[in-house]
Design a protein around this ligand. Structure first.
Ligand code: MTE
Length: 302
Protein backbone atom coordinates (compact mmCIF):
# COMPACT_ATOMS: atom_id res chain seq x y z
CA UNK A 1 0.00 0.00 0.00
CA UNK A 2 1.34 3.40 -0.93
CA UNK A 3 1.36 5.99 1.81
CA UNK A 4 1.59 9.68 1.20
CA UNK A 5 1.94 11.71 4.36
CA UNK A 6 0.72 15.21 3.83
CA UNK A 7 -0.67 16.01 7.20
CA UNK A 8 2.16 16.18 9.69
CA UNK A 9 1.06 19.52 11.13
CA UNK A 10 -2.37 18.43 12.24
CA UNK A 11 -2.85 16.05 15.16
CA UNK A 12 -0.88 17.77 17.87
CA UNK A 13 0.27 16.97 21.36
CA UNK A 14 -3.21 15.90 22.27
CA UNK A 15 -2.79 12.92 19.92
CA UNK A 16 -3.20 9.59 21.69
CA UNK A 17 0.08 7.77 21.94
CA UNK A 18 -0.89 4.79 19.79
CA UNK A 19 -1.92 7.08 16.99
CA UNK A 20 1.28 9.00 17.27
CA UNK A 21 3.31 5.82 16.97
CA UNK A 22 1.16 4.67 14.10
CA UNK A 23 1.71 7.95 12.34
CA UNK A 24 5.46 7.59 12.68
CA UNK A 25 5.22 4.22 10.95
CA UNK A 26 3.26 5.84 8.18
CA UNK A 27 5.80 8.61 7.86
CA UNK A 28 8.56 6.04 7.67
CA UNK A 29 6.78 4.48 4.70
CA UNK A 30 5.92 7.76 3.06
CA UNK A 31 7.42 9.28 -0.02
CA UNK A 32 8.44 12.24 2.13
CA UNK A 33 5.11 14.00 1.83
CA UNK A 34 5.35 14.75 -1.86
CA UNK A 35 2.41 15.55 -4.04
CA UNK A 36 0.64 17.92 -1.70
CA UNK A 37 -2.51 19.07 -3.40
CA UNK A 38 -2.66 22.80 -2.81
CA UNK A 39 -6.36 22.91 -2.18
CA UNK A 40 -6.52 19.91 0.08
CA UNK A 41 -3.44 21.24 1.82
CA UNK A 42 -5.29 24.44 2.60
CA UNK A 43 -8.15 22.49 4.08
CA UNK A 44 -5.76 20.55 6.24
CA UNK A 45 -3.99 23.66 7.46
CA UNK A 46 -7.41 24.88 8.54
CA UNK A 47 -8.09 21.55 10.21
CA UNK A 48 -4.91 21.90 12.26
CA UNK A 49 -7.05 23.74 14.81
CA UNK A 50 -9.53 20.89 15.08
CA UNK A 51 -9.40 18.56 18.02
CA UNK A 52 -10.57 15.09 17.02
CA UNK A 53 -13.16 13.20 19.02
CA UNK A 54 -11.98 10.14 20.90
CA UNK A 55 -11.84 6.77 19.13
CA UNK A 56 -14.58 5.74 21.59
CA UNK A 57 -16.96 8.53 20.53
CA UNK A 58 -16.38 7.86 16.85
CA UNK A 59 -16.90 4.10 17.03
CA UNK A 60 -19.61 3.76 19.69
CA UNK A 61 -22.09 6.43 18.56
CA UNK A 62 -23.15 5.61 15.02
CA UNK A 63 -25.87 5.60 12.44
CA UNK A 64 -25.93 2.41 10.39
CA UNK A 65 -29.55 1.33 10.16
CA UNK A 66 -28.72 -2.03 8.58
CA UNK A 67 -27.59 -2.93 12.11
CA UNK A 68 -30.37 -1.20 14.03
CA UNK A 69 -31.62 2.33 14.52
CA UNK A 70 -30.17 2.96 17.99
CA UNK A 71 -26.89 4.86 18.27
CA UNK A 72 -25.16 1.92 19.98
CA UNK A 73 -26.73 -0.81 17.80
CA UNK A 74 -24.07 -0.66 15.03
CA UNK A 75 -21.20 -1.13 17.50
CA UNK A 76 -23.09 -4.02 19.13
CA UNK A 77 -24.19 -5.77 15.93
CA UNK A 78 -21.91 -4.95 13.01
CA UNK A 79 -19.26 -7.55 13.91
CA UNK A 80 -21.36 -10.02 11.88
CA UNK A 81 -20.51 -8.29 8.60
CA UNK A 82 -17.87 -10.15 6.56
CA UNK A 83 -15.62 -7.47 5.10
CA UNK A 84 -12.86 -9.62 3.65
CA UNK A 85 -12.76 -10.58 0.88
CA UNK A 86 -14.70 -7.63 -0.55
CA UNK A 87 -15.42 -6.55 -4.08
CA UNK A 88 -16.71 -3.29 -5.47
CA UNK A 89 -18.55 -3.33 -8.76
CA UNK A 90 -17.70 -0.21 -10.77
CA UNK A 91 -19.96 0.12 -13.79
CA UNK A 92 -22.02 2.40 -15.99
CA UNK A 93 -20.19 5.09 -17.96
CA UNK A 94 -16.62 3.92 -17.35
CA UNK A 95 -13.93 2.56 -19.67
CA UNK A 96 -13.06 -0.35 -17.39
CA UNK A 97 -16.22 -1.69 -15.77
CA UNK A 98 -15.91 -4.72 -13.53
CA UNK A 99 -15.55 -6.17 -10.08
CA UNK A 100 -12.60 -4.55 -8.31
CA UNK A 101 -11.12 -6.47 -5.38
CA UNK A 102 -10.72 -4.32 -2.28
CA UNK A 103 -7.18 -5.65 -1.84
CA UNK A 104 -6.24 -4.43 -5.35
CA UNK A 105 -7.82 -1.04 -4.70
CA UNK A 106 -5.79 -0.66 -1.51
CA UNK A 107 -2.60 -1.58 -3.38
CA UNK A 108 -3.27 1.04 -6.03
CA UNK A 109 -4.42 3.93 -3.83
CA UNK A 110 -2.45 6.43 -1.78
CA UNK A 111 -3.66 6.46 1.82
CA UNK A 112 -3.70 9.82 3.58
CA UNK A 113 -5.02 11.13 6.86
CA UNK A 114 -7.78 13.74 6.69
CA UNK A 115 -9.12 15.35 9.82
CA UNK A 116 -12.63 16.47 8.94
CA UNK A 117 -15.63 17.91 10.68
CA UNK A 118 -18.57 15.52 10.48
CA UNK A 119 -22.07 16.98 10.81
CA UNK A 120 -25.12 14.73 10.97
CA UNK A 121 -28.46 16.09 9.75
CA UNK A 122 -29.75 15.29 13.27
CA UNK A 123 -27.64 18.26 14.49
CA UNK A 124 -24.79 16.47 16.25
CA UNK A 125 -21.19 16.67 15.15
CA UNK A 126 -17.75 15.20 15.64
CA UNK A 127 -14.24 15.72 14.36
CA UNK A 128 -12.87 12.53 12.81
CA UNK A 129 -9.31 11.66 11.73
CA UNK A 130 -10.03 9.49 8.70
CA UNK A 131 -7.54 7.51 6.68
CA UNK A 132 -8.43 7.01 3.07
CA UNK A 133 -7.92 8.02 -0.52
CA UNK A 134 -9.48 10.52 -2.85
CA UNK A 135 -12.53 9.17 -4.62
CA UNK A 136 -11.22 10.86 -7.78
CA UNK A 137 -8.26 8.46 -7.81
CA UNK A 138 -10.56 5.44 -7.76
CA UNK A 139 -12.81 6.88 -10.47
CA UNK A 140 -9.74 7.65 -12.58
CA UNK A 141 -8.70 4.02 -12.24
CA UNK A 142 -12.02 2.95 -13.79
CA UNK A 143 -11.84 5.69 -16.44
CA UNK A 144 -14.85 8.02 -16.30
CA UNK A 145 -16.43 8.54 -19.74
CA UNK A 146 -17.18 12.03 -21.00
CA UNK A 147 -20.99 11.82 -20.81
CA UNK A 148 -21.05 10.88 -17.11
CA UNK A 149 -22.61 13.50 -14.82
CA UNK A 150 -23.36 11.68 -11.56
CA UNK A 151 -22.00 8.90 -9.38
CA UNK A 152 -24.35 6.43 -7.69
CA UNK A 153 -23.30 4.36 -4.67
CA UNK A 154 -24.80 1.26 -3.10
CA UNK A 155 -24.24 -0.43 0.29
CA UNK A 156 -24.07 -4.20 0.69
CA UNK A 157 -27.41 -5.86 1.41
CA UNK A 158 -26.90 -9.06 3.40
CA UNK A 159 -29.94 -10.10 5.43
CA UNK A 160 -27.92 -12.92 7.06
CA UNK A 161 -25.34 -10.48 8.36
CA UNK A 162 -27.45 -7.35 8.84
CA UNK A 163 -30.16 -7.77 11.48
CA UNK A 164 -31.63 -4.32 10.77
CA UNK A 165 -32.70 -5.00 7.18
CA UNK A 166 -35.59 -7.17 8.42
CA UNK A 167 -37.29 -3.87 9.20
CA UNK A 168 -38.49 -1.65 6.36
CA UNK A 169 -37.06 1.53 7.90
CA UNK A 170 -35.51 2.32 4.52
CA UNK A 171 -35.87 0.80 1.07
CA UNK A 172 -32.78 -1.46 1.13
CA UNK A 173 -30.08 -1.44 -0.12
CA UNK A 174 -28.97 1.98 1.13
CA UNK A 175 -28.12 4.11 -1.91
CA UNK A 176 -26.56 7.53 -2.33
CA UNK A 177 -25.31 9.79 -5.06
CA UNK A 178 -23.16 12.78 -5.93
CA UNK A 179 -22.80 15.06 -8.88
CA UNK A 180 -19.59 14.14 -10.74
CA UNK A 181 -17.84 17.40 -9.81
CA UNK A 182 -18.65 16.79 -6.13
CA UNK A 183 -17.33 13.26 -6.42
CA UNK A 184 -14.10 14.43 -8.09
CA UNK A 185 -13.50 17.21 -5.53
CA UNK A 186 -10.23 16.64 -3.62
CA UNK A 187 -12.02 16.85 -0.26
CA UNK A 188 -14.19 13.84 -1.17
CA UNK A 189 -12.63 10.65 0.11
CA UNK A 190 -13.22 6.96 0.52
CA UNK A 191 -12.38 6.23 4.14
CA UNK A 192 -10.72 2.94 4.99
CA UNK A 193 -9.41 3.80 8.44
CA UNK A 194 -9.89 5.90 11.57
CA UNK A 195 -7.02 6.98 13.84
CA UNK A 196 -4.65 4.90 11.72
CA UNK A 197 -6.55 1.65 12.33
CA UNK A 198 -8.73 -0.24 9.83
CA UNK A 199 -12.17 1.31 9.77
CA UNK A 200 -14.48 -0.62 12.14
CA UNK A 201 -17.55 -2.34 10.68
CA UNK A 202 -19.92 0.04 12.44
CA UNK A 203 -18.27 2.97 10.65
CA UNK A 204 -18.65 1.37 7.23
CA UNK A 205 -15.87 -1.17 6.62
CA UNK A 206 -14.14 -1.82 4.43
CA UNK A 207 -14.76 1.40 2.54
CA UNK A 208 -17.23 4.27 3.02
CA UNK A 209 -17.70 7.64 1.42
CA UNK A 210 -16.87 10.86 3.30
CA UNK A 211 -18.08 14.20 1.91
CA UNK A 212 -17.26 16.62 4.72
CA UNK A 213 -19.38 19.57 3.56
CA UNK A 214 -22.58 17.50 3.35
CA UNK A 215 -24.81 16.02 6.03
CA UNK A 216 -23.56 12.67 7.26
CA UNK A 217 -26.21 10.56 5.55
CA UNK A 218 -24.53 11.27 2.20
CA UNK A 219 -21.50 9.38 3.53
CA UNK A 220 -22.69 5.92 2.53
CA UNK A 221 -21.07 2.92 4.23
CA UNK A 222 -19.73 -0.49 3.14
CA UNK A 223 -19.93 0.26 -0.57
CA UNK A 224 -20.33 -2.64 -3.04
CA UNK A 225 -21.27 -0.73 -6.17
CA UNK A 226 -20.34 2.54 -7.85
CA UNK A 227 -22.16 3.49 -11.05
CA UNK A 228 -21.31 6.40 -13.35
CA UNK A 229 -24.45 7.77 -14.94
CA UNK A 230 -25.92 10.78 -16.72
CA UNK A 231 -29.06 10.79 -14.52
CA UNK A 232 -29.38 12.09 -10.96
CA UNK A 233 -29.42 8.87 -8.93
CA UNK A 234 -32.04 8.05 -6.30
CA UNK A 235 -30.89 8.43 -2.67
CA UNK A 236 -32.25 6.52 0.33
CA UNK A 237 -33.34 9.37 2.59
CA UNK A 238 -34.82 11.33 -0.29
CA UNK A 239 -36.86 8.26 -1.28
CA UNK A 240 -37.98 7.90 2.34
CA UNK A 241 -38.98 11.54 2.75
CA UNK A 242 -38.38 13.91 -0.16
CA UNK A 243 -39.75 16.92 1.73
CA UNK A 244 -37.12 16.57 4.45
CA UNK A 245 -34.05 15.25 2.63
CA UNK A 246 -32.83 16.58 -0.69
CA UNK A 247 -30.25 15.29 -3.14
CA UNK A 248 -27.66 17.95 -2.26
CA UNK A 249 -27.88 17.99 1.54
CA UNK A 250 -25.09 20.51 1.90
CA UNK A 251 -24.58 21.59 5.49
CA UNK A 252 -26.30 24.97 5.71
CA UNK A 253 -27.11 26.76 8.98
CA UNK A 254 -29.57 29.01 7.14
CA UNK A 255 -31.79 26.27 5.77
CA UNK A 256 -33.74 24.55 8.54
CA UNK A 257 -34.86 20.97 8.47
CA UNK A 258 -38.68 21.10 8.41
CA UNK A 259 -38.70 19.83 12.01
CA UNK A 260 -35.64 21.53 13.55
CA UNK A 261 -33.12 24.30 13.08
CA UNK A 262 -29.74 23.57 11.52
CA UNK A 263 -28.15 26.74 12.93
CA UNK A 264 -26.29 24.96 15.72
CA UNK A 265 -25.03 21.51 16.65
CA UNK A 266 -24.24 19.39 19.70
CA UNK A 267 -20.65 18.18 19.76
CA UNK A 268 -20.65 14.48 20.65
CA UNK A 269 -18.47 13.82 23.69
CA UNK A 270 -18.81 17.39 24.91
CA UNK A 271 -20.52 16.31 28.13
CA UNK A 272 -23.99 16.98 29.49
CA UNK A 273 -23.52 20.70 30.04
CA UNK A 274 -21.58 21.46 26.89
CA UNK A 275 -22.83 24.42 24.90
CA UNK A 276 -24.05 23.87 21.36
CA UNK A 277 -21.78 25.37 18.75
CA UNK A 278 -22.82 27.32 15.67
CA UNK A 279 -22.98 25.30 12.48
CA UNK A 280 -20.76 26.63 9.70
CA UNK A 281 -21.76 27.13 6.07
CA UNK A 282 -20.74 24.02 4.12
CA UNK A 283 -19.61 22.68 7.50
CA UNK A 284 -16.59 25.00 7.43
CA UNK A 285 -15.48 24.08 3.90
CA UNK A 286 -17.08 27.06 2.17
CA UNK A 287 -13.83 28.36 0.73
CA UNK A 288 -13.13 25.03 -0.93
CA UNK A 289 -16.59 24.09 -2.22
CA UNK A 290 -18.85 27.16 -2.57
CA UNK A 291 -17.86 27.54 -6.23
CA UNK A 292 -19.49 24.18 -7.01
CA UNK A 293 -22.87 25.75 -6.29
CA UNK A 294 -22.42 29.19 -7.79
CA UNK A 295 -25.74 30.58 -9.01
CA UNK A 296 -27.75 27.78 -7.41
CA UNK A 297 -30.61 28.51 -5.03
CA UNK A 298 -29.47 26.56 -1.97
CA UNK A 299 -32.91 26.78 -0.36
CA UNK A 300 -34.58 25.12 -3.34
CA UNK A 301 -31.69 22.68 -3.83
CA UNK A 302 -31.45 21.53 -0.19
N1 MTE B 1 -24.75 4.20 5.32
C1 MTE B 1 -25.55 3.12 5.38
N2 MTE B 1 -25.35 2.11 4.53
N3 MTE B 1 -26.57 3.01 6.28
C2 MTE B 1 -26.85 4.01 7.17
O1 MTE B 1 -27.79 3.88 7.97
N4 MTE B 1 -26.24 6.26 7.97
C3 MTE B 1 -25.75 7.56 7.50
C4 MTE B 1 -24.32 7.48 7.00
N5 MTE B 1 -24.13 6.33 6.14
C5 MTE B 1 -26.03 5.19 7.12
C6 MTE B 1 -24.96 5.23 6.19
C7 MTE B 1 -25.87 8.59 8.52
S1 MTE B 1 -27.44 9.17 8.87
C8 MTE B 1 -24.77 9.12 9.14
S2 MTE B 1 -24.92 10.47 10.17
C9 MTE B 1 -23.44 8.54 8.96
O2 MTE B 1 -23.45 7.38 8.12
C10 MTE B 1 -22.88 8.15 10.30
O3 MTE B 1 -21.53 7.75 10.19
P1 MTE B 1 -20.76 7.29 11.51
O4 MTE B 1 -21.59 6.25 12.18
O5 MTE B 1 -19.45 6.74 11.01
O6 MTE B 1 -20.59 8.51 12.35
Amino acid sequence: MAHRWTNTLTLNDATPRDVFLNRRQLIAGAAAGVGLVALAGQARAQDAALEPNSYEDITQYNNYYEFGTGKTDPAANAHTLTTSPWEVQIDGMVDKPGAYAMADIMDAMTIEERIYRFRCVEAWSMVIPWNGFELADLLDMAGVQSGAKYVAFETALRPDEMPGVRFPVLDWPYVEGLRLDEAMHPLTIMATGIYGKDIPNQNGAPMRLVVPWKYGFKSIKSIVRITLTDQEPPTSWNKANAREYGFYSNVNPEVSHPRWSQASERVVGGGLFAKRQPTLMFNGYEEEVASLYEGMDLKANF
